[in-house]
Design a protein around this ligand. Structure first.
Ligand code: NBP
Length: 476
């Protein structure tokens, strides 16, 4: 039987993706550079569906129905290029290569353009949900041509997570759009996790709660508007007891956060495109800071304020305030992420449906949350808010949260508990809504030392003041 789809790269992700296809009734040809890995997979899971084992790229290509649909699930970078170079010569015009790895969207754009010249469709596809998601239903973000989505979409939709019957998969846009959106997803994931971590820290350091108690707080929050995968697993991690010490697990974990780089990509791309994603940037920097053992050790004795114990009633009030601050900061982080998607979409001509992005992140992926329903609704009925902050639902939430939010930032600052994510989110909110920004002074200074010119509020044109002369103004 001819296979409907082929998967090469049967690592953690590829193997589970292949099994997911097979479990949904598709015949899957499977290949791996190290053949024994493919054979082991067939031995372990061959009974789950219809697999066609392929020992070489040629065998894999020969097993596929035309137009061929080939998924590569190997490491991003050189490995992906190597696999493409190996398979492309074996394929025919109209065939498709889908890259499900975490490629940088610029690599995807380059690969798509190169393969297009050979008549091949290249689909850069973001896949979120990790190992479990790959097997049971990930959130899938394919880019590439509309024709390739016609051929690949039904297969992808069949294996994606579902929310209220809708598959968490949609054609994001041409060439690198899918990987771009996956990158922003990961950046938002960084921000979400940082905000959660800060909230935990505030409850511990300011309210004086133990991890088990904080786990209860998160469990409670998960019943409300913060209902999400990350909040749910936060409660589980905080409630976990370490077998070796008998104490809270969180207290034996080294406090150095690692990163594979997609958060950094998001911030780098945002810098290139001039989009202020301060929430994501603070999350990336917070991870970087945590890893700098030497300066941390050197600074460990620096003076800070005293931290008086809170009265239990105040601690409870503070806990409610932290929930508000967390929710408001989350809105800001997502507003920034959506701004980045909007800008990338304009810059590269992708025409991304931002409501659809919210819809496919409601299931399968790491940031899945009830909250995403609200973002989707913000784009409903053809609406396209300039910023999510002005969507009526979010505007109201921010208005209701702002006193608590300010109080939390003030208290964190006063007691010396670092809350860079929550603070930066509030600063963004205040800056965006400010009628006038001190950017005017920055322009004045730039004109003073570098004759960089400025525009005026009352007249068209560019101007320069003769700072070194009689300080008269000239048109530039
Ligand atoms: P694994 O490390 O489990 O597997 C890597 C696969 O790539 C193996 O099949 C390996 O073949 C193959 N490979 C490599 Br490496 N270099 C190759 C080359 N030059 N030619 C042919 N095959 C090569 O990785 P994974 O966790 O499955 O991740 C795969 C991709 O999916 C990555 O881009 C990752 O960022 C992305 N991703 C991962 C997750 C996750 O949660 N793990 C989530 C979303 C996306 P071999 O067996 O012969 O060494």
């Amino acid at each position: 039987e001819e296979a409907h789809i082929g998967v090469t790269g049967l690592g953690v992700m590829g193997r589970n993706l292949a099994r997911n296809f097979a479990r949904h009734g598709h015949t899957v040809a499977v290949h791996n550079r190290t053949v024994s890995r493919m054979q082991r997979m067939i031995e372990d899971f061959g009974g789950e569906g219809a697999f066609v084992p392929a020992e070489s790229p040629r065998d894999l290509v020969a097993a596929l129905r035309r137009p061929r649909r080939l998924v590569t699930m190997v490491n991003a970078g050189h490995a992906t290029d190597a696999v493409i170079d190996e398979f492309a010569p074996l394929l025919e015009p109209g065939d498709m290569i889908m890259d499900g790895g975490n490629a940088h969207f610029q690599d995807t754009r380059r690969r798509e353009a190169a393969l297009k010249e050979r008549g091949l469709h290249f689909v850069g596809c973001g896949i979120s949900g990790g190992e479990e998601g790959a097997l049971h239903g990930p959130s899938i973000m394919p880019g590439g041509s509309p024709e390739s989505y016609e051929a690949l979409g039904p297969l992808l939709e069949s294996i994606a997570a579902r929310v209220n019957g809708e598959p968490c998969c949609t054609h994001i846009g041409p060439d690198g759009a899918g990987h771009f959106v996956k990158m922003v997803h990961n950046g938002i994931e960084y921000a979400d996790m940082q905000l959660i971590a800060e909230s935990y820290d505030l409850l511990r350091e300011v309210a004086g709660y133990a991890p088990a108690r904080i786990a209860d707080v998160f469990r409670g929050w998960n019943e409300g508007r913060l209902d999400s995968y990350l909040i749910q697993i936060t409660a589980e991690v905080l409630a976990h007891t370490d077998a070796a010490t008998g104490g809270p697990f969180i207290d034996v974990v080294a406090d150095r956060a690692e990163q594979k780089g997609t958060g950094r990509w998001t911030v780098g791309t945002a810098l290139d495109l001039g989009v202020p994603v301060s929430g994501i940037a603070e999350a990336v920097f917070a991870r970087s800071l945590s890893g700098h053992a030497e300066p941390r050790e050197a600074a460990a004795g620096l003076p800070g304020p005293a931290r008086p114990e809170l009265h239990p009633d105040d601690a409870r009030r503070f806990t409610d305030n932290v929930e508000q601050a967390l929710y408001a900061s989350k809105i800001v982080a997502y507003a920034q992420g959506w701004h980045l998607i909007q800008t990338g979409s304009q810059q590269y001509g992708w025409d991304i449906d931002r409501g659809a992005v919210a819809a496919i992140w409601r299931g399968g992926c790491i940031i899945r949350a009830r909250f995403l329903d609200e973002i989707r609704a913000a784009y409903g009925g053809g609406r396209a808010p300039v910023t999510l902050l002005t969507d009526p639902t979010f505007r109201r939430a921010l208005d209701e949260a702002q006193n608590a939010w300010r109080h939390v930032v003030a208290q964190a600052t006063e007691l010396g508990v670092p809350a860079p994510g929550v603070s930066a989110a509030l600063a963004y909110y205040d800056a965006l809504r400010a009628g006038r920004l001190p950017a005017a002074l920055v322009q004045g200074l730039r004109d003073y030392f570098g004759a960089h010119t400025y525009e005026r509020t009352d007249r068209e044109g560019s101007f320069h003041t003769l700072w070194g002369g009689d300080r008269s103004e000239e048109s530039a």
